[in-house]
Design a protein around this ligand. Structure first.
Ligand code: ARG
Length: 467
């Protein structure tokens, strides 16, 4: 049977494989709400412009609301024979209200209709991502405040470098997520133009009011070029690019959780809520949630590459290739929401092991830089010389198999005779972090200030959420 929407010239239905490759309803049914939103705005505008009569518009709008409640109630039957969400909804509308349904598709095409629904979906998704990231930042900043003075090893090359505080480490992620949120906000701003009314590709001869539909759908303005409107998917690619950067950040946090929860590090513990056991090794507590957050990154990068590749080299304007924009986007953001929520959950659940962290912070001569800095500050040595002397002192400690503060004053003086008892004041890890008071440094007071500043900002943002 030929398609009931566009099959006027078609004697036969599609081959089975044609249907299998062409039909999108199985996935684009997720755009039902957005499609109906778009159609209501379109019908209202058509009536206001006198393009369709008020009575038809009224019937169309009532009918669309009924379709929406059927979809919400789960009683709507999605038909593969109707290809996509646009035609499924219009098909059902015509069953409910009869003839007037046929007026809805005046002055639009599935090309502008489909991309309008997809844009609305991406925009809604960006708003939801922002909310989820707000919660993640909240979890991180609260943990940071609670552990502003908890000393831990700071690493470079995953080798002990200098002591830092656990709170400082958490706040590093608050900053990253802050930039991620601002990338999503930029993307939202740029994408917030309405393609509806571009019609198939050339615009329309009907006296439509695109500013009215744009306004009704919460867009800042209509898109300015009809060819661009129906063939642009860069809004989704930009959203996925920002999602990829975010996923990269989350994967780093996840990797740290995996490392930190290992028996060899034992820096933090996770409760039963975020770990799983092994079926054969009873001692195990595996950080599966963190591993999966780390792994989901691949799907999100994959979606970005899929859309970039799908769009590459496509001549203007619409091509059916673009129907492939949806599944990767859905999958990427589904994965992203899980990853964000699991990250926030693990941060809240996580118990830093303060004693163990402090001990680890002292290992590997982590305060050697403090010693060198002392030589510079107190004895006026050039840093390069101080570095040398310190290396020799570290060598002594290493031969003796002790931490720096366990060396006697005489031993240190054997390298640099001007060293005094005062040196012990900077050798401990607590003193070391306390001294890092430069802006952005790890000193507990700095961390508290930053955590409080962020928590206050997050609270302010919470009050009146964007409409
Ligand atoms: N389902 C299509 C998509 O998502 C929209 C319809 C495209 N228009 C067309 N003339 N085939 O891209």
């Amino acid at each position: 049977m030929a398609n009931e929407m566009w099959g006027g010239r078609f004697a036969e239905g599609p081959a089975a494989v044609m249907e299998a490759i062409n039909v999108s309803i199985d996935f684009d049914k997720r755009l039902a709400t957005q499609d109906i939103q778009g159609s209501i705005a379109h019908a209202e505008m058509l009536a206001k412009q006198g393009i369709i009569d008020g009575q038809s518009a009224e019937a169309i709008i009532q009918g669309l609301k009924e379709v929406k409640s059927e979809i919400d109630a789960g009683t709507f039957t999605f038909k593969r024979s109707l290809e996509d969400i646009q035609m499924n909804i219009e098909g059902r509308l015509s069953e409910i209200i009869g003839k007037p349904a046929g007026r809805l598709h005046t002055a639009r095409s599935r090309n502008d209709q489909a991309v309008t629904g997809f844009r609305l979906f991406v925009r809604d998704t960006l708003d939801a991502v922002d909310e989820a990231l707000h919660d993640l930042q909240q979890a991180l900043a609260e943990k940071a405040l609670a552990h502003a003075a908890t000393v831990m090893p700071g690493f470079t090359h995953l080798q002990s470098a200098q002591p830092v505080t656990f709170g400082h480490h958490m706040m590093a992620y608050v900053e990253m997520i802050g930039r991620d949120r601002s990338r999503f906000r930029d993307c939202r701003k740029r994408m917030n133009e309405c393609p509806l009314g571009a019609a198939a590709l050339a615009g329309t001869s009907f006296p439509i009011d695109r500013f009215a539909t744009a306004g009704a759908l919460g867009f800042d303005r209509p898109t300015a070029n009809s060819l661009d409107s129906v063939s642009d998917r860069d809004f989704a690619i930009e959203a996925l690019s920002a999602a990829s950067i975010l996923a990269m950040h989350l994967s780093r946090l996840a990797e740290e959780i995996v490392v930190w929860t290992s028996a060899q590090f034992a820096f933090v513990t996770l409760s039963d809520k975020f770990t799983s056991g092994s079926s054969i090794m009873p001692q195990k507590r595996n950080p599966d949630a963190a591993e999966l957050v780390r792994a989901k990154t691949g799907r999100i990068y994959g979606a970005t590459i899929a859309l970039l590749t799908m769009m590459k080299g496509l001549a203007l304007a619409y091509a059916k290739d673009m129907q492939e924009d949806k599944e990767p986007t859905f999958d990427a953001f589904d994965s992203l929401f899980l990853a964000i929520a699991a990250s926030a959950g693990m941060i809240r659940d996580m118990e830093p092991q303060a004693k163990r962290l402090k001990k680890a912070a002292a290992a590997g001569y982590a305060t050697a830089t403090d010693l060198a800095d002392w030589l510079v500050r107190v004895l006026g040595m050039p840093f390069r010389e101080a570095h040398h002397a310190t290396a020799r002192i570290v060598g002594l400690a290493s031969v003796k198999g002790v931490d720096l503060e366990k060396l006697t004053l005489a031993e240190m003086q054997s390298v640099e005779p001007r060293i005094t008892q005062d040196i012990y004041g900077v050798l401990g890890v607590v003193n070391s972090v306390k001294s890092r008071i430069s802006y952005g440094g790890t000193a507990p007071d700095n961390v508290r200030k930053q955590a409080r500043r962020w928590l206050a900002q997050l609270k302010r943002e919470k009050a009146p959420r964007r409409a």
